[in-house]
Design a protein around this ligand. Structure first.
Ligand SMILES: Cc1cc2nc3c(=O)[nH]c(=O)nc-3n(C[C@H](O)[C@H](O)[C@H](O)COP(=O)(O)OP(=O)(O)OC[C@H]3O[C@@H](n4cnc5c(N)ncnc54)[C@H](O)[C@@H]3O)c2cc1C
Length: 400
C-alpha cells in the first residue's frame, strides 16, 4: 500500500530526500514556509557555489564532528556519487585549485536548484509553499497556510523534519522549531555560530591600514588543531577559511575560559632556526629590511607583528623569530549567530537512531543542519546535508 511522506522544510537536505524517494511507493509532500524552496542553497551559491570537496574518503570523513556519525552517511553517498548524480541531471562540476568542487562555468546556483526541482517534479512530489509548521496538535502535525491565513492538521504515515540550523534567518532557517521538539521531551542543544567571524580587539592604527586585507599562506593553531590557508582582517576580528576551520576548537576554549588563544605561523614554509639565523646575520641592515628582503615579510604581516609585539621584542632576533612562527592573538567571542555560515546545536544525535528516526516520536525522522553536528566550509556542509537526504531516502525505499 502507498504511504504518504511529509517533508517539513524545503532546503538542500529535503530536496535530495525527495529526489531519492521511490515515487512508486510514496506520495511525497514538501511543506516549506518560504514562497519557494531552497533559499539557503541560493545564498550559499553567492560568491562561489561550493557543492562538495574532492578530498579522498578517509580524510573527507574526518572533517566531520562527530566523524563516527558521518562515516556510514558519507560512505553511502560520497563526493564522487554526488558529482555523478549532479552530472546525470545536467550539472557538470569541476575541482578548483583549492580542491573544492563547483558547478562548471556558466552554471549558476539557480540552475542547480532548477535541475534538482525538475527531478522532484518528475517524481510528482508536491511542493507546498508558504506553509509553516507549528508543532503537534494531539498526534497530528499542525500547520498554517500563510496564503489563506488558516490552520490545518495532517497525519502522514512518515514525517521527515529538515528544518535547517539557526543562522541566516532571512533564508527561513530561524530555529523557531526547537520549542516544538523540547515540548516532546527531545533534547535540543542551543545553537552556536560555526564557520563564523571571531572577535579580536585590534590595535586601532593597525586596523586603519589593514582592514579588509587578506593574510595568505599562513598556518593557524588553536589547541591541538591547525589549519593552513588565509584569513581576512575585519573591524570585528578575523574571517576566512583558515579560522572557520578552527571554529570548534575556538568555541571550546571560549566556553571553558571566556577567551581563546589563536596562534599564527606567518611563515609555515621556513623553520624557526632559519628565520632566527637570517635575523641574526643581517649585517648592517635594519630588522624591517631583513624581514622584507630575506623573509618576504612586509605590508600587513609586518604591521601585524609590530602591532602585537613591543619594540624590544621586535629588535630581538630570538623573540621576533618565535613570534613570526607563533604569534598569539586573543579571541574574545564568536560572531553573531545570524551571520554564521552554519550552526552547531539543534537536535542531539542521541535522540535519533541509525536511520535518523526520532526515538521519542514514532514515525518521525530528522536530517540536515537541524541535527547537532559540525563541519568546516569547503563543501562539507552541503555534502553532509545531501548525503543525509539520499541516505534516508534509500532507507525508506528499502524498508517498505
Ligand atoms: C552564506 C552561506 C554560505 C554557504 N556556503 C556554503 C558552501 O559554499 N558550501 C557548503 O557546503 N555549504 C554552504 N553553506 C551551508 C549550507 O547552505 C547549509 O548547511 C545547508 O543549506 C543546510 O541545509 P538544510 O536543508 O539542513 O537547511 P536549510 O537549507 O536551511 O533548509 C531548511 C528549510 O526549512 C524551512 N523551515 C524552517 N522552519 C520551518 C517551519 N516551521 N515550517 C516550514 N518550513 C520551515 C526553511 O525556510 C528552509 O527552507 C552556506 C551557508 C550560508 C548561510
Amino acid at each position: 500500500m502507498r504511504k504518504t511522506v511529509a517533508i517539513v522544510g524545503g532546503g538542500a537536505t529535503a530536496l535530495l530526500l525527495a529526489a531519492e524517494l521511490d515515487h512508486k511507493k510514496f506520495d511525497v509532500f514538501i511543506y516549506e514556509k518560504n514562497a519557494a524552496p531552497g533559499r539557503k542553497l541560493l545564498v550559499a551559491g553567492d560568491g562561489g557555489f561550493n557543492l562538495t570537496h574532492s578530498e579522498k574518503p578517509d580524510t573527507f570523513i574526518s572533517r566531520y564532528t562527530p566523524s563516527s556519525f558521518f562515516e556510514p552517511i558519507i560512505k553511502n553517498f560520497n563526493n564522487t556519487d554526488l558529482r555523478n548524480w549532479l552530472k546525470s541531471i545536467g550539472i557538470d562540476t569541476f575541482e578548483g585549485s583549492s580542491k573544492r568542487v563547483f558547478p562548471v562555468k556558466g552554471i549558476k546556483p539557480i540552475d542547480v536548484l532548477t535541475a534538482i526541482l525538475s527531478v522532484i517534479k518528475q517524481k510528482n512530489v508536491s511542493i507546498e509553499t508558504r506553509i509553516t509548521w507549528h508543532g503537534w496538535r494531539n498526534d497530528q502535525l499542525l500547520f498554517t497556510d500563510d496564503k489563506n491565513k488558516n490552520e490545518f492538521v495532517i497525519k502522514p504515515d512518515i514525517t521527515v523534519f529538515a528544518l535547517g540550523g539557526g543562522s541566516w534567518k532571512v533564508t527561513g532557517s530561524d530555529g523557531s522549531w526547537t520549542k516544538h521538539f523540547i515540548d516532546q521531551g527531545v533534547e535540543v542543544k542551543p545553537f552556536q555560530s560555526s564557520n563564523c567571524a571571531f572577535e579580536i580587539e585590534w590595535d586601532k592604527e593597525f586596523l586603519k591600514q589593514a582592514e579588509g586585507k587578506t593574510l595568505k599562506n599562513l598556518t593557524l593553531h588553536c589547541g591541538e588543531n591547525k589549519k593552513e590557508g588565509e584569513v581576512v582582517i575585519t573591524a570585528f576580528g578575523l574571517e576566512g577559511g583558515a579560522v572557520y576551520a578552527l571554529s570548534g576548537a575556538i568555541r571550546k576554549q571560549l566556553s571553558e575560559e571566556g577567551h581563546a588563544a589563536l596562534f599564527m605561523d606567518l611563515k609555515p614554509s621556513i623553520s624557526l632556526t632559519t628565520i632566527e639565523s637570517k635575523l641574526r646575520n643581517r649585517g648592517n641592515r635594519s630588522i624591517s629590511e631583513c624581514l622584507k628582503n630575506d623573509l618576504n615579510i612586509s605590508g600587513v604581516p609586518l604591521l601585524l607583528l609590530k602591532s602585537v609585539i613591543d619594540k624590544a621584542q621586535f629588535t630581538d632576533p630570538v623573540v621576533l623569530s618565535e613570534r613570526i612562527k607563533n604569534l598569539q592573538l586573543t579571541i574574545k567571542s564568536a560572531g553573531p549567530l545570524d551571520e554564521a555560515i552554519s550552526t552547531v546545536g539543534g537536535i542531539a544525535l542521541e535522540e535519533i537512531d541509525e536511520n535518523f528516526q526520532l526515538k521519542k516520536i514514532p514515525n518521525c525522522y530528522a536530517i540536515g543542519e537541524m541535527l547537532d553536528w559540525d563541519a568546516p566550509t569547503g563543501g562539507y556542509l552541503l555534502q553532509g546535508c545531501f548525503s543525509m537526504g539520499v541516505g534516508l531516502g534509500r532507507k525508506l525505499n528499502t524498508s517498505i
